[in-house]
Ligand binder design. Structure first.
Ligand code: ADP
Ligand code: ASP
Ligand code: MG
Length: 409
C-alpha cells in the first residue's frame, strides 16, 4: 500500500469534465488499496481572471485583499472535486489552507510556509476519506489568508508530502514530464526520465514554470521524492532526484530554460568611484525590486555604465529610481529595454567540462544573435538577447547540444 500526495494543476481541473476525470483517477488509486491526499489548483485561467478584476478596481491592489480574492479560485475546485468523488461513492473532505492550518509568514502574495498541522488530515485518512486540500494558500498567525506566489500549489503539495511523510509527491499537469526545454516551443524536446534537484531548481528559477521553484527547493531539503506526470495519459513521468554519482558520464547540458518576464535598465556615465554600485542598488532594493543580472563596465574615461535586469512589472519603478539617481550622481543618461529575453543552458555535467560557454556563444553568433549580457554559475550559463530571437536561440541551442529525442546523450 502506497501513500501519495497527488497535485492536479489548473488545466487538469479546468472544466467539470476534467474534474470528473480527476475524480475517476483518484478513486481508482484508492480502490487499488492506496491512500492519497489530493491538492488542486484553481480552474485554468481563473487566477488570471481574478488578478484582472483586482487591477480593474485598483491600480496597485492591497496585498491582503488580493490574497482573500485569489484564494477563492482553489476553494471552488476542492469543493467540486469532493462532490465528484462523493457522487462516485468515494468519501472525501475538502480543506482550505487555513482549515488544515498551513501556517505561513505574513508576506501577502508570496508567503512562505512555516508549519503544517497535519492532525486533521491524518484523522480523516484514518476514517477512510480522501482529503482534498486547496493549493497555493495558507494563513498567518493572526488568521489572515495568504497565498504562496503564482504556481504555489506545487509547493503546497510538496510541503504536505513532507509533513505527512508521503512515499511520493506526484505533480499531475498538462505535459507528461519535464522536458529538455518547453515542448510548446521546441517540437523535438525530449522528456527526461529523471533530473537532479539542483538542475530542476536552476531550470525553474531561470523560467521553466513546469514546477514552482520553492516546491523543488522544499523537496530537495526534505528529501521528498517528486514526480511530474500527465493527468491525461499514463506514463512514468519525470522523477526529480539527487545526483546519481554512479553515472560516470553526465550529459553536458540537461535542459534549456528561458524567460520573457525581464527588462533591462542602464545608468550611463556614472563617475567611477567606490560605493557607486551600492548607491545605485540600495534604493532599488528599498523599493522591494528584485535584481537579477548585473553588468558594470568602466571605460578609459573613468565613467561607469551600470546595467541590471528586473521583472517587467518593476520596470517603470526601476527607471524612475535611476532617473532620480542620474541627477544625484551626475550620470550621463538612463536607458531601458523591455524587449529582452533570457536564455539559459543548465546541466550538472558542465562542472567538469570546459568550452561549454564557447560552444553556446559560437552557436548564437552563427545565427546572428547578439548577446547583451552574460551570467554563469557552475551548472548554468545565461544570456540576455533581443526578445525577437528567443525561439530561434532556444531551438538552435537545443540542437547544438544534441538534446532532441533522436540523439543519444
Ligand atoms: P499546471 O497548471 O498543471 O501547474 P503549468 O502551466 O504551471 O501547469 O506547467 C506546465 C507547463 O510548463 C507546460 O504546459 C509547459 O508548456 C511548461 N514548461 C516550461 N518548460 C517546461 C519543461 N522544461 N518541461 C515541461 N514543461 C515545461
Ligand atoms: N492558481 C494559482 C496560479 O495560477 C496557483 C497554482 O496554480 O499553482 O498561480
Ligand atoms: Mg503550475
Amino acid at each position: 500500500m502506497a501513500f501519495y500526495v497527488q497535485k492536479f494543476g489548473g488545466t487538469s481541473v479546468g472544466t467539470v469534465e476534467r474534474i470528473a476525470a480527476v475524480a475517476d483517477k483518484v478513486k481508482a488509486f484508492r480502490d487499488a488499496g492506496h491512500d492519497s491526499v489530493v491538492v488542486v489548483s484553481a480552474m485554468s485561467g481563473e487566477t488570471n481572471r481574478l488578478v484582472s478584476l483586482a487591477n480593474a478596481v485598483m491600480e496597485d491592489p492591497t496585498p491582503r485583499e488580493m490574497d482573500v480574492l485569489l484564494s477563492t479560485g482553489e476553494q471552488v475546485t476542492i469543493a467540486l472535486l469532493c462532490m465528484a468523488l462523493n457522487s462516485r461513492g468515494c468519501p472525501a473532505k475538502s480543506y482550505t489552507g487555513s482549515q488544515v492550518r498551513i501556517t505561513t509568514d505574513s508576506t501577502h502574495t508570496k508567503a512562505r510556509i512555516q508549519s503544517i498541522d497535519e492532525g486533521n488530515i491524518r484523522a480523516d485518512i484514518a476514517a477512510g476519506n480522501v482529503v482534498v486540500v486547496a493549493g497555493f494558500q495558507g494563513v498567518d498567525e493572526l488568521g489572515n489568508i495568504t497565498t504562496l506566489g503564482r504556481g504555489g500549489s506545487d509547493t503546497t503539495a510538496v510541503a504536505l508530502a513532507a509533513a505527512l511523510k508521503a512515499d511520493e509527491c506526484q505533480i499531475y499537469t498538462d505535459v507528461d514530464g519535464v522536458y529538455t526545454t518547453d515542448p510548446r516551443v521546441v517540437d523535438s524536446a525530449r522528456r527526461l526520465d529523471k533530473i537532479t534537484f539542483e538542475e530542476m531548481i536552476e531550470m525553474a528559477s531561470l523560467g521553466s514554470k513546469v514546477l514552482q521553484i520553492r516546491s523543488v527547493e522544499f523537496a530537495g531539503k526534505y528529501n521528498v521524492p517528486l514526480r511530474v506526470l500527465s493527468s491525461f495519459q499514463d506514463g512514468p513521468g519525470t522523477l526529480i532526484t539527487t545526483e546519481d554519482t554512479s553515472e560516470m558520464e553526465q550529459p553536458l547540458v540537461s535542459g534549456i530554460a528561458f524567460n520573457r518576464d525581464e527588462a533591462k535598465v542602464t545608468i550611463k556615465g556614472v563617475p567611477d568611484i567606490p560605493g557607486v554600485a551600492s548607491r545605485i542598488l540600495r534604493p532599488v532594493s528599498d523599493a522591494n525590486i528584485e535584481v537579477d543580472m548585473i553588468v558594470q563596465n568602466t571605460g578609459d574615461d573613468n565613467q561607469t555604465d551600470f546595467t541590471f535586469t528586473v521583472h517587467r512589472n518593476d520596470y517603470k519603478k526601476a527607471m524612475a529610481i535611476l532617473e532620480a539617481l542620474q541627477v544625484e550622481l551626475g550620470a550621463r543618461k538612463v536607458v531601458g529595454d523591455t524587449k529582452i529575453a533570457k536564455v539559459s543552458i543548465v546541466g550538472v555535467g558542465m562542472r567538469s567540462h570546459a568550452g561549454v560557454a564557447t560552444k553556446m556563444f559560437e552557436r548564437l553568433s552563427k545565427e546572428g544573435i547578439n548577446i547583451q549580457m552574460i551570467s554563469t554559475s557552475e551548472i548554468k550559463i545565461s544570456v540576455v538577447i533581443d526578445e525577437k530571437y528567443l525561439e530561434l536561440a532556444v531551438r538552435s541551442l537545443h540542437s547544438a547540444f544534441e538534446l532532441s529525442g533522436n540523439s543519444e546523450l
